[in-house]
Design a protein around this ligand. Structure first.
Ligand code: 5AD
Ligand code: SF4
Length: 450
């Protein structure tokens, strides 16, 4: 007989697009749904609930949503023929930006939930089942979300922890201020409690997340550096990272902490977008090239081995050959360990979409190819530079091949190594034997105490 106290087992499949914030949010949605009896399904084919956690940052990302809904409709119809219901939910930034339109354009979609309303998923699912009431939740403040979400259930030794959401910077190309709302920081006590809970469940490395993570400020006025210092005092927590930072708020105390706090990993993702002052101004980035170089110089003084990563946009409206060469120059001068680079994609409702001087796609493609060649070479050189060194590697799981393990260096490089004994969460000393663009191969040197 069924236990009436125990909900029947249902299956949820969550597809995540876009940034780490979405990865974090998908985990939180999974946690919200677990008490309702939802287990995670590996594929959408036989899931009772399918959630697409979407990204609106570039046109391509948005288009994917509509083509995926088309595929899901087929599953839904097939399952309906078998007498089963399938609920299709659209979450994330496309949901926030185009919720009404999705419901109009895609009748297969049962509900739409924006990034600030995930705690309301159970209520929305119930309404969708009854086919009554509102099918759209697009709240615009992050406070309710964090207060109402349940405790975390991490599934590894590394975890993301969202500390800040939203953006007040209004870069002229970017939809984030419109989809994620104004900058909001979580109270430090909540962050510390969530971190402790993660550590209690075996997490050794935490990456603090925020669209502008270094704009974080606690109720007491502490900035990100203060928060990191407090987190570093959790004894079993071995490593701390944070992303994504804006150059405007890289404070000297944060830079100094990179030199002073061994748990803070020597890696920083610091988007620059362009190496031309003229384009930075048109992008409303609020800083110039000299300022970026100055941050890099101070970081390297504090922590000489720090690895830098960045984002670039090529083909922003008005970008001339000369502006693009300035971007190449900046990349050559800084030397990045890794980088993401994108063709500018006009986004509806953003100022840059209406600017004169839109750049043609073939020019964008040419510039992107040149920049990526340079950045790919820098990444290969950075990885090759580790050959022969012994690095402390956090063991994160099984490798691709039987008997192999996978781990992470302080510089966020993936390492594969043969070892049966290393346990997930150990920090082992590995001698790096080989390197490719995306990963390293290591061998065990000596066990470290962590
Ligand atoms: N077109 C291309 N790239 C963009 N990004 C943000 N908006 C756009 C756009 N409209 C890139 C930026 C940002 C990263 C997350 O995505 O480089 O740092
Ligand atoms: Fe977008 Fe600029 Fe805010 Fe980053 S800082 S989220 S690029 S508006």
């Amino acid at each position: 007989m069924d236990d009436p106290a125990k909900p029947a087992l249902k299956r949820v499949f969550i597809e995540t697009y876009g940034c780490q914030m979405n990865v974090y949010d998908s985990e939180r949605m999974r946690d919200v749904l677990a008490p309702l009896g939802y287990a995670v399904a590996p594929k959408p084919d036989d899931a009772d609930l399918v959630i697409l956690n979407t990204c609106h940052i570039r046109e391509k990302a948005t288009e994917k949503v509509y083509s995926e809904i088309g595929r899901l409709r087929v599953h839904k119809e097939r399952r309906a023929g078998e007498g089963k219901t399938t609920t299709i939910a659209i979450a994330g930034c496309v949901a926030q930006a185009e919720g009404e339109e999705i419901l109009r354009r895609a009748p297969a979609v049962d509900l739409v939930v924006g990034p600030q309303a995930y705690h309301r998923l159970p209520e929305l699912i119930a309404r969708a089942a009854r086919k009554t009431g509102d099918r759209l939740a697009a709240d615009f403040t992050a406070q309710g979300k964090f207060d109402a979400l349940p405790a975390r259930a991490p599934d590894g030794v590394t975890a993301f922890l969202s500390v800040q959401e939203g953006c007040d910077k209004f870069c002229t190309f970017c939809v984030v201020p419109y989809t994620r709302g104004a900058e909001f920081s979580r109270p430090a006590a909540d962050v510390l409690a969530e971190a402790q809970a993660l550590v209690d469940r075996g997490v050794r490395e935490i990456t603090l997340l925020g669209q502008n993570v270094n704009a974080y400020h606690s109720e007491g006025g502490d900035g990100l550096a203060g928060l990191l210092e407090r987190l570093a005092r959790i004894p079993e927590l071995a490593r701390l990272r944070y992303m994504t930072s804006h150059p405007l708020e890289v404070t000297q105390d944060l830079i100094s902490l990179h030199g002073a706090e061994p748990k803070l990993m020597p890696f920083l993702h610091l988007p620059v977008q362009s190496g031309s002052d003229r384009i930075l101004k048109a992008m409303n980035r609020k800083h110039d090239v000299v300022h970026y170089h100055d941050i890099v110089a101070r970081l390297r003084r504090a922590r000489p081995d720090i690895a830098l990563s960045t984002d670039f946009i090529v083909g922003f409206p008005g970008e001339s050959d000369q502006d693009f060469e300035a971007t190449m120059e900046l990349a050559r001068e800084v030397g990045f360990a890794s980088a993401f680079s994108f063709k500018y994609s006009p986004r509806p409702g953003t100022p840059a979409a209406l600017m004169h001087g839109q750049v043609g796609d073939s020019v964008k493609s040419e510039r992107l190819a040149r920049l990526q060649e340079l950045l790919g070479g820098q990444q290969r050189a950075f990885n090759a530079g580790k050959i022969g060194l012994s690095l402390p590697v956090l063991v994160t799981g099984k490798g691709r091949v039987a008997g192999q393990k996978h781990g992470r260096t302080p510089y966020l490089q993936s390492v594969h190594f043969a070892d049966e004994t290393a346990r997930d969460g150990d920090i082992v000393s590995l001698r790096i034997k080989a390197a490719s663009q995306n990963s390293l191969t290591g061998e065990r040197a000596a066990q470290e105490a962590a």
